[in-house]
Design a protein around this ligand. Structure first.
Ligand code: PLP
Length: 342
């Protein structure tokens, strides 16, 4: 039985065309600035968002953590959603790498509201940590792949400027957001001081993320990347996968969104599912029916050749991506049980 893998959009494997492109990439020592393929990827990433410069890193955790490190000083405070990846899934890096603390915001589907930001900026008083950075996620992973309305992002950007705060985007899936909202990436990019983009999720590259921002910010970020042990040498081999991904795999994201919609509809009809969050992009989050343990459900589906993940108490997540075909969605329809056996 072929396995239908919906665990994450990180499971994509490079296609033969991408591998061929990577194999032929010219390379050099990137710490000396000599790798033409890394340089090309960085220039391409920056130009997509109309920004000055970019830095190629090994992961989205690294690009986020470098951004936090450059934007803050020890003792500062970062405003983010309580379920933000930068806090929940990066090993406590905000405290560990940068000595900064976090002010949580609760918000609907992983998104925060401009008024909540205003309420959580500390006054200039010796008792409080200095608020210096606001970070948002678009799309919001824990929120179920939800996107921000562009007007909200513009408003947050204005608040940040007025209060002298840096504004960071954890844009691991920013191209999924832009596919849905159709906002011009250059106009979108202007709202932020820094953007982190994953090349290794739905875009299908095997490794890597880009940190994008102003020249001065990126040159500081390059120093921090070295300190974190992230300076790479002939990295053009993997950067080429990123170039291929940006040139070939952005336009097709609508397919992933349509496939996710189909999964939403299938799950909604099952009595072992209580509710499915309405799908916006490539993530489907479903609440299991009362009395069912989500991890038991994950196990039972695995036995049927369907992989998904538990997503916190009572929730499961399915993700669509480059390696999920419409035939696999057809197969899923045939395999999803009407009733659970346990
Ligand atoms: C995947 C992801 C990241 C980065 O993860 P890495 O595995 O370190 O590349 C950052 N933010 C969000 C929202 C993500 O989903």
């Amino acid at each position: 039985m072929n396995i239908l893998d919906f665990r994450s959009d990180t499971v994509t494997k490079p296609t033969q065309e991408m591998r061929d492109f990577m194999a032929k990439a010219p390379v050099g020592d990137d710490v000396f600035g000599d790798d033409p393929t890394v340089n090309e990827l960085e220039a391409l990433g920056a130009s997509i968002f109309g920004m000055e410069a970019a830095l190629f890193c090994s992961s989205g955790t690294m690009t986020n953590q470098i951004a936090i490190n450059v934007h803050t000083n020890p003792g500062d405070e970062v405003i983010c959603h309580e379920e933000a990846h930068i806090y929940r899934y990066e090993g406590g890096g905000i405290a560990r790498n940068s000595g900064a603390s976090v002010r949580f915001i609760r918000g609907n589907n992983g998104r925060i509201d401009p008024s909540q930001i205003i309420d959580n900026i500390n006054p200039d008083d010796q008792h409080y940590p200095r608020t210096t950075l606001v970070s948002i996620e678009d799309t919001a992973n824990r929120g179920g792949g939800y996107c921000y309305d562009f007007e909200v992002i513009q408003e947050i950007s204005k608040i940040c400027k007025a209060n002298n705060l840096a504004f960071h985007l954890d844009g691991a899936r920013v191209f999924n957001a832009l596919e849905l909202t159709k906002i011009d990436p250059v106009l979108y990019g202007q709202q932020f001081d820094s953007i982190s983009v994953c090349l290794s999720k739905g875009l299908g590259a095997p490794v890597g993320s880009l940190l994008i921002g102003k020249k001065e910010f990126i040159s500081e970020a390059r120093r921090v990347r070295k300190v974190f042990g992230g300076g790479m040498r002939q990295a053009g081999i993997i950067a080429a996968g990123g170039i291929y991904a940006l040139k070939n795999n952005v336009q097709r994201l609508a397919i992933d969104h349509a496939n996710a919609k189909r999964i939403e509809n299938m799950l909604a009809s099952k009595e072992w599912i209580k509710e499915v969050l309405p799908v916006q992009t490539n993530i489907v989050v479903a609440h299991v029916a009362d009395g069912i343990n989500e991890l038991d459900l994950v196990t039972e589906l695995r036995e049927l050749g369907i992989l998904c993940v538990g997503f916190g108490k009572g929730r499961v997540r399915f993700t669509t991506h480059l390696d999920v075909s419409s035939e696999m969605i057809d197969a899923l329809e045939g395999r999803l049980p009407n009733q659970l056996s346990r």
